[in-house]
Design a protein around this ligand. Structure first.
Ligand code: HEC
Length: 484
């Protein structure tokens, strides 16, 4: 027997015992409408990104230690010492971003083309659950980094959960696995991230794919041709008979090429940019840590930072609840009627508005003017007006004690708190002292962090901050003065 016929015989035996080709063949060759195009590739690309996450995640899990004392150092080891560890973390990080982005685009595409309408309502519902699970993965994954950002994300999550009426405290307790964040929290997030949520993803991906094959891929919408549940199925079958092509290879080649492109882009980003630097080791006593979440949650961070303090509970609870409800109700409320975007201006308009809002919030989150500015440099002698005595000492402390992270003086410093350039006109010595000792809304109290002499110096410095400070000094002069 030649090698060729031996191989053939071998494959025949495998097929006879497993029946894989008999099972998968018809699925791969099921007919799809010919006119599907590049718009249809985002679902399969999300799946490919997920597979990449599973592979890289499993490898990461072989070296990661989910304990508060070792998580940070094991990630340091993976990043700096393990063979290709840095690239691996990069792949997992950018893969996560890609998955969130792709599932978002896929959802918007399905929504705009009305593909959630009859008979594909449950496709939409299972897809919505997949999106929630994906966001859950992104959220829990961020915590496993176990740095300041990680801690922040649980605090936000727990605070948000705690605001749910009646059962809030119980949920917060469940999220944190206790009343405070600690080792149990990390274990719980690890279990969610590597067992529970992935199990949910596998299950719902299976359901989703089964339904996609069962109902067929939606045909591109035709304006003036609304979905009527009574006739839709017959029309769809006729369309396939008239103008259907087998999924493999006639439509699948686009999925394959786009999926490959996604993997290549993720790999390039992982190699060229690399994973995010680990932030500081979490220390709940560090007051001036205002970490930012990963980019896909950045817009939500802005919502939290920008919403008025009193409205926050409503926005934070009602927003996601309404969004979830909308996802759930949509396929039932709109299962009939026009699918074409050109006939559904409300659908198109709402997507544009939501995207603009998210983009604006994202941009604000990136600038984060409400966050302290940790890069603030000490005030120059030109700004302070003197380089000796309590006032100069106070100016130095103003920088050293972190006041300048939040307060601006003559153009340098953060913007989280009020600009103090002219605070000497506004407040008396006593008022300033009280405020500094007690803090205020979004300002920590410094009663224990300052020695009495230091407090006096800072106040002495702040008292000099009046409109009369020579603000007309040009840059060159400032530079010259600084050198002296
Ligand atoms: C984490 C950010 C932050 C830090 C650090 C901080 N502040 Fe503040 N500060 C604020 C905020 C926010 C307010 C407004 C508080 C309010 O209105 O309740 C404020 C208010 C003040 C005020 C009153 C200003 C006014 O116009 O009413 C003074 C004075 C002040 N801070 C001084 C200081 C000094 C001195 C330090 C350092 C020892 C300091 N702050 C550190 C955020 C900060």
């Amino acid at each position: 027997m030649s090698i060729k016929s031996k191989t053939k015989r071998c494959l025949e035996v495998i097929e006879d015992r497993l029946g894989l080709a008999a099972w998968l063949g018809p699925i791969m060759r099921h007919p799809v409408p010919r006119a599907t195009g590049w718009k249809y590739v985002f679902g399969s690309a999300t799946l490919i990104a997920f597979v990449l996450q599973v592979v890289t995640g499993v490898i990461l899990a072989t070296a990661y230690v989910p304990s508060t004392s070792q998580a940070y150092s094991s990630l340091q080891f993976i990043t700096h010492d393990a063979f290709l560890g840095n690239v691996l973390r990069g792949l997992h990080y950018f893969g996560a971003g890609a998955m969130v982005l792709l599932i978002g685009i896929h959802t918007i595409r399905v929504f705009l083309m009305g593909a959630y309408k009859f008979p594909r309502e449950v496709n939409w519902l299972s897809g919505s659950i997949l999106m929630v699970l994906t966001l859950g993965m992104a959220f829990t994954g961020q915590l496993l980094r176990w740095d300041q950002t990680a801690l922040w994300s649980v605090v936000v999550g727990a605070e948000q959960a705690a605001r749910v009426p009646w059962i809030g405290t119980a949920i917060a307790h469940f999220v944190m696995a206790g009343d405070t964040i600690g080792g149990a929290t990390l274990s719980r997030f690890f279990a969610l991230h590597v067992f529970i949520l992935p199990a949910g993803l596998f299950l719902f991906i299976a359901i989703h794919l089964y339904l996609v094959v069962k109902h067929g891929i939606s045909e591109p919408p035709v304006p003036g041709h609304p979905v009527d549940p009574k006739t839709y199925r017959k029309e769809y079958e006729e369309l396939l008979r008239r103008d259907g092509v087998p999924f493999w290879p006639d439509a699948a080649w686009r999925d394959a090429i786009f999926g490959l492109l996604v993997v290549v882009v993720i790999a390039i980003l992982a190699i060229v940019i690399g994973p995010p630097e680990l932030g500081r080791i979490p220390d709940p006593t560090i007051l001036n840590a205002y970490p930012r979440p990963d980019w896909y949650f950045l817009w939500y961070f802005s919502v939290l930072a920008l919403s008025p303090h009193k409205l926050e509970p409503f926005i934070v609870v009602l927003g996601p609840t309404l969004f979830g409800l909308l996802l759930f109700v949509l396929p039932f409320a709109g299962s009939k009627g026009e699918r074409a975007p050109s006939r559904r201006p409300w659908a198109v308009g709402s997507v544009i508005i939501v995207l603009i809002i998210m983009w604006t919030l994202w941009w604000e989150g990136k600038r984060a003017p409400w966050s302290p500015d940790f890069t603030a440099q000490p005030l120059s002698a030109a700004v302070v007006g003197t380089s000796t005595g309590p006032v100069a000492q106070g100016a130095l402390l103003f920088h050293q004690k972190g006041c300048e992270y939040c307060h601006r003086i003559d153009g340098s410093g953060g913007r989280r708190g009020p600009d103090l350039s002219t605070v000497g006109e506004r407040l008396t010595k006593v008022e300033m002292t009280i405020r500094i000792l007690n803090g205020g809304f979004n300002m920590p109290g410094f009663a224990t962090a300052l020695k009495p002499g230091e407090l006096d110096d800072i106040v002495a410095f702040l008292e000099t901050r009046k409109g009369a400070v020579p603000r007309s000094v040009s840059n060159s002069e400032t530079g010259a003065l600084q050198k002296h």
